[in-house]
Design a protein around this ligand. Structure first.
Ligand code: FAD
Ligand code: NAI
Length: 462
């Protein structure tokens, strides 16, 4: 048995960041992880492997579609799937090993195994019970099941199986036009699969600014993705190598069946709490099954905290990381804080889609007067040169004060561009503040400045 100031359960982006910050603040810290490697869903089966496959398949797309026009002649590359899988795995390995290095450097003990909490102040791993003045639960999330859809991770898969298919399927059906469905659907469409996305709602990516969502769907269609909208999946039927997906169209209740070699279920994720023994502790939950916490990330049991996907809020790695740092600071007697109104979201398709803050829809619903500054990447020299003129930046600012309220970008490097708006929002900046900041030419970021100019007297290049 060992005694610690803090034991963290789970070494995903929430848990490992919390562990490092606790150690930096002088607390004796251990992190329990049940997987063979550190880094959680994000590094092992989420953000990192999916981005590796997005990168590789995007390179293929560039070679097939844009190389010849730039004067790069020759045979297009063909797909060596086992090698692409190796590349993906090496990306995972270097990142997970990196966290092991950081644990050693910061003197965080990695307790290997699955943890439960027999009582406040105690963490059990295997036969050993460790003592902890504070416990942080960072146990993450798992794919939500869907009635009638039986997952075998071979033919009918979640994102985990979709990242390691035996081969590139001829026909793939994706259930759910959310982030996972569109990122992984894009990967396989670029690699040559016929991809059909079946979505319950009439629009893709719920919660996204409606104008961006429409443009995004148009662009994905142009890239070859098929969409069946307003369709409720009733179930799947799988053999060893094929599956049938039955869905009902909501408009007329008609039933249809579609064939696939692979079906990807991507209809959301839910908090993972199995085996922690929370029932015994009487920890309060939200009605959506998340662990309930207060402003300091403390649960209803004193000394037990929770962060990341297992609590409320967007299921994003950077949100989990920020909560990890803030909870550690709270435990150390500091004033850890997360500004939930400035958490960017990015979809790493091509083009990327990024957002932060309010949408036009949320502002209208709140009855808030706002103005829109919009700039198309067609007016951005760098984007045009790089075949990336499709898309736009849309900045939303308060009508009276000009304070930036939100930003929505669909276009090249959107996931990087969004951060200058995040910083501006953290400082309470106005659109004019962004517009008056000199932006280097020729960069994509000039489009952000032009959108800010469009909130005032007008953009220059549009
Ligand atoms: P997790 O990363 O899920 O880590 C929890 C860890 O806790 C796991 O390793 C688990 O094994 C361990 N654990 C659980 N219970 C116990 C126990 N009892 N004992 C010991 N260990 C335990 N987010 C982004 O921001 N950007 C992206 O590009 C992105 N891409 C994604 C792609 C996919 C395919 C998926 C599935 C998710 C993606 N996400 C992305 C979401 C992101 O992965 C999660 O939001 C993030 O990993 C949450 O971090 P976490 O620390 O809360 O939990
Ligand atoms: P999601 O919540 O993004 O999308 C689920 C989609 O499925 C929605 O469009 C929903 O309307 C649809 N749906 C629900 N039930 C359905 C049904 N019965 N039939 C058809 N469609 C149905 O969930 P997703 O894509 O599974 O992602 C889970 C989480 O992972 C997200 O919350 C996201 O935050 C995180 N993630 C983040 C990434 C990023 O930041 N780039 C990448 C991948 C995942």
């Amino acid at each position: 048995m060992s005694s610690y100031d803090v034991i963290i359960i789970g070494a995903g982006p929430g848990g490992y960041v919390a562990a490092i910050r606790c150690a930096q603040l002088g607390l004796k810290t251990a992190c329990v992880e049940g997987r063979e490697t550190l880094g959680g869903t994000c590094l092992n089966t989420g953000c990192i492997p999916s981005k590796a496959l997005l990168h590789a398949s995007h390179m293929l797309h560039e070679a097939e579609h844009n190389f010849a026009e730039m004067g790069l002649k020759g045979k297009s590359p063909s797909v060596d799937w086992p090698q692409m899988q190796k590349y993906k795995q090496s990306t995972i390995d270097t990142n997970t090993k990196g966290i092991e290095f950081l644990f050693k450097k910061n003197k965080v003990d990695w307790i290997k195994g699955w943890a439960s909490i027999p009582a406040a102040g105690k963490v059990k791993v295997g036969d050993e019970v460790h003592e902890a003045k504070n416990i942080i639960i960072a146990s993450g999330s798992e794919p939500s099941p869907l009635k009638g859809v039986e997952i075998d991770e071979k033919v009918v898969v979640t994102s985990t199986g979709a990242l390691e298919l035996g081969k590139v399927p001829k026909k793939m059906v994706v259930i759910g036009a959310g982030v996972i469905g569109l990122e992984l659907g894009s990967v396989y469409a670029r690699l040559g699969s016929e991809v059909t996305v079946v979505e319950f709602l009439d629009h893709i990516t719920p919660g996204m600014d409606a104008e961006v969502s429409k443009q995004f769907q148009r662009m994905l269609k142009k890239q070859g993705l098929n969409f069946i909208m307003g369709a409720a999946v009733q179930g799947t039927e799988a053999t060893k190598s094929k599956a049938k997906v039955t869905y009902k169209l909501r408009k007329d209740d008609s039933e249809h069946v579609i064939d696939a070699d692979t079906v990807l279920l991507a209809t959301g994720r839910r908090p993972f709490k199995d085996g922690l023994g929370l029932e015994v502790l009487d920890i309060q939950m939200t009605d959506r099954g998340q662990i309930q916490v207060n402003d300091h990330w403390e649960t209803s049991v004193k000394g037990i905290y929770a962060i990341g996907d297992v609590i409320e809020g967007p299921m994003l790695a950077h949100k989990a990381e920020d909560e990890g740092m803030a909870a550690a600071e709270q435990i150390a007697g500091q004033h850890g804080h997360v500004n939930y109104s400035v958490i960017p979201g990015v979809i790493y398709t091509h083009p990327e889609v990024a957002n932060v803050g309010e949408t036009e829809e949320t502002l209208k619903a709140a009855g808030r007067a706002y103005k829109v500054g919009k700039f198309s990447f067609m007016g951005n020299a760098r984007a045009k040169a790089n075949f990336s003129g499709d898309g736009f930046v849309k900045l939303l600012a308060d009508k009276e004060t000009d304070r930036i309220l939100g930003c929505h970008i669909i276009g090249p490097a959107a996931g990087d561009l969004i951060h200058e708006v995040c910083v501006a929002m953290e400082f309470g900046a106005s659109a004019q503040d962004l517009a008056m900041t000199c932006h280097a030419h020729p960069t994509y970021s000039e489009a952000v400045r032009e959108a800010a100019l469009a909130c005032g007297d007008g953009a220059i290049h549009m």
